[in-house]
Design a protein around this ligand. Structure first.
Ligand code: GCW
Length: 718
């Protein structure tokens, strides 16, 4: 008997351990734990009906059957006649749907939008979920499930929703050997060796997760690309993934290595104006579309950080992009050309280089080219001003590139909710066409009437059981998808939804965790790079602080290049007396930053070399304020720890403990950042750490001596 109990106990433990390992992301669909709501939902939903079958509607059917059964804890039937409590799913062209939803409504939702509406038919209450396309209907189903998971009422539904941008894309920096450049969540989820025959369940769950938040495109491989992905053997593997993703509305893109015609095509050149090269790419595109008829197109990093590109042949970025665009155009494919370029030879401020390179090319790109611009001018720092290319290329479709993987924000051990960072960029006013010319309007195409639009983000996904390493890093994947769908959502709304779906709807838990999440980005800025500091992390691996580092082969890979601390002060003068990077913005924008006395302090050291004793708004000297911020950052992490610890027992122990351990690491590393930076900058300011603050317990030499030969995520293009 005892044996059985032990066995049962073990099974249960294994079961619960597995159940709360984070694998299910926000797609949990456990039984609604509020009895009143459960009753409401059970009354409203008795069975589901699909107008037709199609691969996408079948995916929706499987999703609804499983998930509703989980949420309502009752068997959900498939029906073929209209009855009370039916959820009816289909597309505009289906006659029954057409009879229930007006044309007007369908006109509002475009190709991928959806409507969810409570209607009456023959005295029966039914809920219609429909799109103009099946994928729209699938998105509607996921939204409907979200309503239930977040405990919304589903009486009198009338939801009409359409995406803000067309291309909502994840860029994986995954190498073919399964290492992930800047990946901190294990190896690549793409198991190239087992593809095309072995379809890992993860591929399907990945597609479900993306579809649930509207992500409709993925670039599978690193932008530091290996041409092998374009060979037949690999295209067959890619096609197998495309088959899994297709029902979920996801298109595949590949990062194309510009020199592929040489490396895998046997040509002597990759010159975009060479006819043989053009022919090679056309044939390659034709071949790809044979395997993947809905292939999205190419993502290209060219003439950047050692990657080959058109400039190797004295051609422009437009020449390079257009050649690929011409090869893809017959198949409706597109080219996403990255603007992350800074030259090896130019000594000009790195901030300015992408703009200098691309602005003169405005209007020179084909219609099926999108220029992908990082949110800020340097490189995914904890805080950057918006990239001056937004609004500067009205005749070119420009899209954003965000970074979910936390290369500069604590890898996968720091809890940093990135929605506020994304919003800061999207809500920034470029003044390109006067007040109100927000980055969001540039990239959704509305400011300049573009026909394609997009938002992308570098993925933070790996084969860790919980996908992203840190349970809270899942929130960044989620937030990106939700914002690409609707850039008007607030960070708080997104956090709220995510917490409810990923953990529980308990008010105290939701409120506490939301407050933590919303403060977390500013907290990280404070303990890493307050007041506009940037790029002061460890060399190459980017782990931890190294503001002292000054021996990189290029000046602009050195932290000292960016902070410019000396005995007079600290910060990069980018006004007219300095690099004049500010002149790349519209005058209304540069006006906000150019005066040291009125510049928003969050960006102060981005634009000014500020004397140590300069009085800033708080009344403190710059030095004191810098210390104050670094210390406040650490204090906030400690506050997060306390808040989290108070939640013990409210959620499962497994994720509770994981987050607790990770917060301990975050606290240690926040102290490391603070101490290392304060001690180092103090060698210039020669001022004391203000009274009352705990004094660093280690020396600057200690911090300078730390080495991390095996820090994760270092790149390559294997
Ligand atoms: O953020 C930097 C990274 C590189 C990356 C590069 C880029 C893929 O340190 O690892 O390379 O940007 O965006 O191309």
């Amino acid at each position: 008997m005892k044996k059985y109990f032990v066995l049962l106990y073990c099974c249960l433990t294994v079961y619960t351990l597995h159940a709360e390992d984070g694998y299910r992301l926000w797609l949990r669909y456990d039984k609604i734990d509020n009895s009143k709501l459960l009753q409401e939902y059970r009354n409203a939903i008795s069975s589901i009906q699909f107008t037709r079958t199609s691969p996408t509607l079948n995916a929706a059917k499987e999703e609804l059957l499983n998930d509703l059964q989980g949420l309502l804890d009752k068997k959900i039937q498939l029906q073929d006649k209209i009855d009370n409590g039916i959820v009816l799913i289909g597309a505009a062209a289906d006659s029954i749907i057409h009879s229930l939803i007006s044309n007007d409504t369908f006109n509002k939702i475009g190709k991928e939008g959806f409507v969810i509406k409570t209607v009456k038919r023959n005295e029966k209450n039914i809920i219609v979920i429909a799109g103009n396309t099946d994928v729209g209907a699938l998105y509607g189903c996921f939204h409907f499930l979200r309503l239930l998971q977040t405990h919304q009422t589903i009486q009198h539904l009338s939801i009409v929703s359409a995406p803000s941008v067309q291309l909502r894309m994840l860029d994986h920096w995954d190498n073919l050997n399964r290492t992930v450049e800047r990946g901190y969540a294990g190896m690549s989820i793409w198991n190239w060796q087992k593809l095309p025959d072995y379809i890992d369940r993860r591929y399907i769950d990945y597609a479900r997760a993306n579809a649930s938040i509207g992500i409709n495109a993925v670039a599978l491989n690193n932008v530091n690309a290996n041409a092998t992905i374009l060979t037949k053997d690999y295209l067959i593997k890619v096609a197998a993934l495309a088959n899994v993703f297709r029902p979920y509305g996801i298109k595949i893109f590949l990062s194309a290595r510009f020199s592929a015609p040489i490396e895998i095509g046997g040509l002597k050149t990759a010159d975009p104006l060479d006819e043989q090269v053009q022919k090679w790419w056309k044939q390659k595109a034709d071949e790809i579309y044979q395997y993947i008829p809905d292939f999205g197109g190419f993502l290209v990093k060219a003439n950047s950080e050692g990657q080959p590109g058109p400039q190797n042949y004295n051609r422009t970025h437009a020449d390079g992009a257009n050649m690929l665009a011409d090869a893809l155009a017959p198949h409706n494919g597109i080219v996403i050309w990255r603007a992350f370029v800074y030259s090896n030879d130019t000594i000009d401020d790195r901030f300015k280089q992408a703009y200098n390179e691309f602005k003169p090319l405005d209007g020179k790109f084909r219609k099926n080219v999108l220029i992908q611009v990082k949110n800020g001018p340097i490189d995914f720092q904890p805080r950057e001003p918006f990239h001056p290319l937004f609004g500067a290329m009205p005749q070119t479709q420009v899209m954003t590139e965000f970074q979910l993987t936390q290369e500069y924000l604590g890898f996968s051990t720091h809890l940093v909710f990135l929605a506020p960072l994304f919003k800061e960029c999207l809500d920034a006013d470029t003044y390109a066409k006067g007040q109100g010319s927000f980055v969001s309007k540039v990239i959704d195409g509305s400011l300049d009437n573009h026909s394609i639009s997009g938002m992308s983000a570098v993925s933070n996904i790996g084969n860790d059981i919980n996908w992203t390493g840190h349970p809270f890093a899942q929130a960044n994947w989620y937030a990106f998808g939700r914002l690409a769908w609707n850039h008007d959502l607030t960070s708080a709304q997104i956090a709220d939804e995510w917490i409810r779906q990923t953990f529980i709807n308990d008010k105290r838990f939701v409120d506490t965790v939301k407050t933590m999440m919303l403060a977390s980005r500013e907290t990280t800025v404070d303990y890493m790079t307050p007041l506009g500091l940037h790029h002061i992390m460890g060399y190459s691996h980017h782990y931890g602080p190294a503001p002292w580092y000054n021996t990189a082969t290029r000046a602009d890979w050195n932290p000292t290049y960016f902070h410019k601390a000396d005995t007079a002060g600290i910060g990069f003068d980018r006004t007219a007396t300095g690099s004049n990077a500010l002149s790349q913005y519209a005058p209304e924008v540069s006006k906000k930053f150019e005066d040291i006395n009125t510049c928003d302090e969050k960006y102060l050291l981005w634009f000014h070399h500020v004397p140590w004793n300069f009085k800033i708004n708080s009344g403190r000297s710059l030095w004191d304020e810098l210390c104050y911020k670094y210390y406040a950052g650490v204090d906030s992490v400690r506050w997060m720890q306390r808040s989290w610890n108070n939640l013990q027992g409210v959620i499962d122990d497994e994720r509770f403990e994981q987050v607790k351990m990770l917060l301990t690491i975050q606290e240690k590393e926040a102290v490391w950042w603070r101490n290392a930076c304060v001690l180092y900058f103090q060698t210039f300011s020669k001022m004391p750490v203000p009274k009352g603050f705990e004094q660093p317990d280690k020396s600057l030499e200690y911090y300078e001596g730390l080495q991390f030969p095996y820090a994760p995520g270092i790149g390559g293009n294997q």
